[in-house]
Design a protein around this ligand. Structure first.
Ligand SMILES: O=c1[nH]cnc2c1ncn2[C@@H]1O[C@H](CO)[C@@H](O)[C@H]1O
Length: 450
């Protein structure tokens, strides 16, 4: 029989490698940890293991969970992987923004919607022939609640029947991109953008988050009379709103922007965007964090495809920090699957998603040694169909190995979440399992503000 004392020693050694395994807990924290463990045993043995359900089905049940309620109260540090155009709850977009005067709507041939604020009847566009004043239309349909719910459906992925609505990744990604386009007309109206951003910070702050980094393309914004504002205007607006928010909430620390472009762009377009981002980071060092390339990785252009553009800062002797999405794929062995290694070769500061990282021993080693944290977004991975049951998420291995990682929400409006508590729940209960404890939570929150 193996020596029980030796076995004990090995078990302790192994546990100490787990994320949070080296965090020491005070006596009071140990008490809380035992309580958390009991709660977790109950929730994990419940007939419906919530992180195994599609998030849309689990959400109302998570809201009743005692662990979730504790997580809401916990200071969670920073939200480091959030897309700026999916920041605020769709209820607010519909109930507040679409009720503002001069809001026009148009239904497109592909069953999507467009919004536009205008002081006159908008001209037909290629994607939108017939614009109607929302106020008039809402009055005419007679059932404003039903109408508003249908508007929300265009702006979120939420559905009661996700398994049938989204049979595969192609279907869910198509709806996903359509929802971004639909929301754009609301969010890029200049006066709305200010309120939208302030509201987004409120939602984060009320979930005990102190800092956020937003991926944003800094889309041009417009005024009622059609005046267009450029990226500098948008950055200044982010800067001003953040300042006001901190004045109103002194415990909030700040916001920074990771300038993002879509991977559907050409090399020359990305080259121009990199040049512009270098300049913007130079001009706004306190608000521009760096640069990323976004959009669905599978079937999309790779980081290596853009290598000339991405090498520019080094060639020019300029600085531009990278925060690349990489390895948000289960297509092992394809070109996109190499994004994780290439992201590291381009000195990315963090890896967005890194779902594929577990299958890349060398990239994993580099990320660990360089302390390049993986931005784990469990709900996003579930909704966008990379994984169904979180117990099978490759991050279970990363967490067991103490790999540097942070937890984030990716697209709160589209997934119907606010703050990070839902994401922490899924990571803590689903991915961490019984092994993850209060030390794990402390380390995850701590990693985000290092
Ligand atoms: O999880 C994600 N992976 C990759 N791209 C994403 C994800 N979430 C959003 N976007 C991309 O960000 C753009 C808006 O900033 C969206 O158009 C979408 O392509």
């Amino acid at each position: 029989m193996p020596d029980p004392a030796h076995r004990d020693l090995l078990l302790r050694q192994e546990a100490s490698r787990q994320t949070g395994g080296t965090v020491t807990l005070t006596a009071a924290e140990q008490k809380l940890d035992s309580y958390l463990r009991r709660l977790k045993e109950q929730e994990m043995s419940a007939a419906q293991f919530l992180p195994a359900l599609h998030f849309f089905k689990a959400k109302p049940l998570i809201q009743k969970s005692s662990i979730f309620k504790l997580l809401q109260k916990m200071p969670k540090g920073a939200a480091l992987h959030v897309h700026g155009s999916s920041l605020v709850s769709v209820e607010w977009l519909v109930k507040n923004v679409t009720y503002r005067p001069n809001c026009y709507i148009c239904f497109t041939w592909d069953n999507s919607v467009r919004f536009l604020f205008s002081d006159r009847q908008p001209f037909p566009r290629w994607d939108c022939f017939y614009w109607q004043l929302l106020e008039t239309l809402r009055a005419r349909v007679g059932d404003p609640t039903g109408f508003d719910n249908s508007l929300m459906q265009h702006l979120t992925l939420f559905t009661e029947d996700p398994d049938n609505q989204y049979p595969n990744q192609d279907v869910v990604w198509e709806k996903f991109e359509k929802a971004f386009i639909a929301a754009a007309g609301l969010i890029t109206h200049a006066p709305v953008l200010r309120d939208y951003f302030y509201r987004g910070l409120e939602e984060l702050h009320s979930d005990n988050i102190m800092y956020v980094e937003l991926r944003s393309g800094l889309s041009r914004t417009y005024d009622l009379d059609g005046t267009i504002h450029d990226k500098v205007w948008t950055l200044k607006t982010f800067q001003e709103v953040t300042k006001k928010f901190i004045a109103d909430h002194p415990d909030f620390v700040g916001t920074r922007i990771i300038i993002s472009v879509h991977r559907a762009l050409s090399v020359s377009e990305v080259t121009a965007a990199v040049k512009e981002a270098i300049q913007l980071q130079r001009d706004f060092p306190d608000i521009v964090a760096g640069f990323d390339i976004v959009g669905r990785e599978d079937g999309g252009r790779t980081l290596w495809y853009f290598r000339k553009a991405l090498s520019l800062p080094a060639e020019l002797g300029a600085t531009l920090s990278y925060f690349f999405h990489a390895g948000e794929t289960d297509d092992e062995g394809t070109d996109v699957d190499q994004n994780v290694l290439d992201a590291l070769l381009f000195n990315t500061k963090r890896i967005g998603h890194g779902y594929a990282l577990a299958h890349h021993p060398l990239a994993k080693e580099l990320s660990r040694k360089g302390n390049v944290a993986v931005e784990l977004c469990p709900i996003s991975n579930q909704v966008l169909k990379l994984v169904s049951d979180l117990r099978n998420h490759p991050a279970t291995v990363l967490m067991a190995e103490g790999h540097p990682m942070v937890i984030s929400s990716d697209d709160p409006s589209l997934f119907g979440t606010t703050g990070l508590s839902y994401d922490f729940y899924q990571a803590f209960v689903g991915i961490g399992g019984l092994k993850a404890n209060l030390g794990t939570l402390k380390e995850l929150a701590g990693n985000s503000i290092k």
